[in-house]
Design a protein around this ligand. Structure first.
Ligand code: G3H
Ligand code: 13P
Ligand code: ZN
Length: 309
């Protein structure tokens, strides 16, 4: 099956009250671990590439690795640009054969975000490519979240409805308290589910996206720390919150940090326990296996997208 857009898989996910995992890919072992997991669990996949990944791996290599994944599986796979910062990078990826792009103009004022997003939507749709945009600002761990600050940074439901209507965008990333990285909450984890429900009410049957949705799984943080890492006090979004969001219109859940932690923890352990080894396949292979098992768990126990292909 060739690369697909997310249109059909989001429709099924929305109706089935589950979400699809969107995993960030940077190299061969990461891609292989994710794809093996999805093959075993019969799940669609969104493989997403950031500007940083393009810089690290060279876009040609990443594209070819994803093409290999498509050939190696019979799953619907979306190749998505993560956090495209302007029209130019979105256009480049569309012209390169991506089936989905994100234009992230969320740091611009509302009207400017609309104008930039609309320009990308017009170009993408003319080429059969779908577009994700973002409205609202993801919290950082340093951001306080009292009520007035929530209104200033979280997605405003009425604006979300207007934004979708005026841009024609295919999915929307919203801010309800998640953030990127391994330090998502200072105290108790909290997401604004009332806001999510309000957005879903105003945008029925429309796929929403949750960025910064890693759980920062304690088993991998502990593994990193046990074998020489220094990642104290890391905390992510509890799994039950992700599962709850998946039942409220969130069709795409972005995961990068959990991949990084799983791979790093496994590699640290392998290297520490095998001081005589200098064959990269041994530790990269352990990293790949850790990613596969972690992604299987996400697909089956958190997102609920197993056995949907
Ligand atoms: O949202 C950010 C993703 O985790 C990608 O991170 O820009 O370091 O590749 P990166
Ligand atoms: P995490 O840092 O929570 O994995 O989020 C990744 C993400 O949103 C990529 O766009
Ligand atoms: Zn993101």
């Amino acid at each position: 099956m060739p690369l697909v857009t997310s249109t059909e898989i989001f429709k099924k996910a929305y109706q089935g009250n589950y979400a699809i995992g969107a995993f960030n890919v940077n190299n061969m072992e990461i891609i292989q671990g994710i794809v093996e997991a999805a093959k075993e669990e019969r799940s669609p996949l969104i493989l997403q590439v950031s500007a940083g990944a393009r810089k690290y791996a060279n876009p040609i290599y990443l594209k070819k690795l994803v093409e290999a994944a498509v050939k190696d599986s019979d799953l619907p796979i979306v190749l998505h640009l993560d956090h495209g910062e302007d029209f130019e990078i979105c256009k480049q990826c569309i012209d390169d054969g991506f089936t989905s792009v994100m234009i992230d103009a969320s740091h611009h004022p509302f009207e400017e975000n609309i104008a930039i997003t609309k320009k990308v939507v017009d170009y993408a749709h003319s080429k059969g490519v779908v577009v994700e945009a973002e409205l609202g600002r993801l919290a950082g761990v340093e951001d306080a979240v009292n009520v007035s600050e929530k209104d200033a940074t979280y997605t405003v439901p009425q604006q979300a409805a207007e934004f979708v209507e005026r841009t024609g965008v295919d999915s929307l990333a919203i801010a309800i308290g998640t953030s990127h990285g391994a330090y998502k909450f200072k105290g108790e984890p909290e997401l604004d589910f009332e806001r999510l429900k309000e957005i879903q009410k105003l945008l029925p049957n429309f796929p929403l996206v949750l960025h910064g949705a890693s759980t920062v799984l304690p088993e991998f943080v502990d593994l990193c720390n046990e074998y020489g890492g220094d990642i104290p006090g890391a905390q992510g979004v509890p799994e039950e919150m992700i599962s709850k969001a998946a039942k409220l219109g969130v069709c795409k859940v972005n995961i990068d940090t959990d991949l990084r932690l799983a791979m790093t923890g496994a590699i640290r352990k392998q290297i520490a326990e095998n001081p005589k080894n200098f064959d990269p396949r041994k530790y990269l292979g352990e990293g790949r296996t850790a990613i596969k098992e972690m992604v299987k768990h996400k697909i089956k126990d958190v997102l609920g997208c197993d056995q949907t292909v």
